[in-house]
Ligand binder design. Structure first.
Ligand code: RAM
Length: 354
């Protein structure tokens, strides 16, 4: 009886904790940005533009959603910002279904899987919702347009060139990625592997691609595991802001400055201390606020019919100016620009911006 009561009490506490977490997420990045949509219809109401990020707790994702919200509010509409607790396709499908019931006008998604969201996103498009992806693409059938932060080939090749320069041209390197299903990271990693095929990298060995799932703790433990399994490791490339910051912390805590080099795609606000200390000599990123902002204007152009998502379509993306849709494999995309290099000479000016 005592044992049963103990289990019952634990279950009650668990439910309480989980609902508290849910509440926090709703108020933070999982909830509605403004207003509360009237149930069952949008006649006469403000147009609703939703965005679903990969998962909560990622400052990069918060900036991307903030940029989207800024654009939508500048246009005079309502922004709905959502992100599941865990970076899974299943959790995003539940949110897509909710947004279809809410009859949003547009849905921008940072996909946790390239293919798994297709049935849900097709259902949304069949219901008249304009669907676009940003940052991490969904496949061409699942969207009308993708908003790409920068050229994936350039990102992948530049990161390899960077780490090879830092390690002095030879030795073992590893990649610390986000989830194994993330379209953006997987594409960048494919380009890293292509770059490594060049005979000039004959003395460089990629020993492992590890996945920290864009979760801080998992990224820390995956970095520790890399260091343990590969004692001769000379460099880590982490093409995720969560991963590169976690790796920076581990290398700092273990006193590995100068012994294990680090580069990747990092948020200046999270990486400033590691760049200033020399743990990471340089790294790259684009402005996540702009990725979100451009997506907001693209969503509006789809909703108001300025564009259909076809190659050659043009629209004005607020302060970012005119943008043109270009091809992207079987689908289409808009490119934000070039990645930016952050090092000791400029990190101080950027660390408070994003
Ligand atoms: C993480 C996310 C995001 C990616 C950046 C570089 O914040 O994985 O999708 O674009 O890193």
């Amino acid at each position: 009886m005592k044992k049963f009561f103990g289990i019952f009490l634990t279950a009650v506490m668990l439910v309480a904790v989980l609902s508290a977490c849910g509440g926090k997420n709703d108020g933070n990045s999982g909830g509605q940005a403004s207003g509360s949509p009237a149930a069952g219809g949008d006649s006469g109401a403000k147009k609703k533009f939703a965005i679903i990020y990969k998962n909560t707790g990622n400052p990069y994702g918060e900036k991307e959603m903030e940029g989207y919200k800024n654009a939508i509010e500048e246009l005079g509409y309502e922004a709905i910002l959502k992100a599941p607790d865990q970076p899974t396709a299943e959790a995003q499908i539940t949110m897509i279904d909710e947004l279809i019931s809410q009859k949003v006008n547009a849905l921008a998604i940072v996909g946790n899987d390239p293919d798994a969201l297709q049935p849900a996103l097709e259902k949304a498009m069949n219901a008249g919702i304009k669907v676009l992806s940003l940052d991490s693409a969904v496949n061409a059938e699942s969207r009308m347009l993708h908003i790409n932060q920068a050229d994936p080939e350039r990102i992948g090749r530049t990161l390899v060139q960077g780490i090879v320069e830092m390690i002095g041209g030879s030795g073992e390197i590893a990649i610390l990625s986000a989830t194994s299903q993330a379209t953006n990271q997987n594409l960048w990693i494919d380009w890293m592997k292509k770059e490594l095929e060049d005979p000039k990298y004959a003395d460089v060995k990629l020993v492992k691609v590890a996945y920290g799932d864009d979760l801080r703790d998992k990224s820390v433990s995956e970095t520790e595991a890399l260091l343990k399994s590969y004692p001769n490791l000379k460099g880590i490339i982490s093409p995720t802001t969560v991963g590169v910051a976690a790796a920076g912390k581990v290398l700092t805590d273990k006193g590995l400055k100068g012994k294990v080099q680090l580069t990747g795609l990092g948020l200046p606000s999270e990486m400033a201390e590691y760049i200033q200390s020399g743990i990471c000599q340089w790294m790259y990123l684009w402005n996540p606020l702009d990725v979100g902002y451009l997506s907001g204007y693209a969503a509006d152009a789809l909703v108001n019919g300025t564009i259909t998502g076809a190659v050659g379509d043009k629209f004005t993306a607020g302060k970012l100016g005119e943008k043109e849709i270009i091809a992207d494999g079987d689908g289409t995309q808009v490119m934000l620009g070039d990645p930016f290099k952050f090092d000791a000479s400029n990190i101080a000016e950027w660390k408070d911006v994003y």
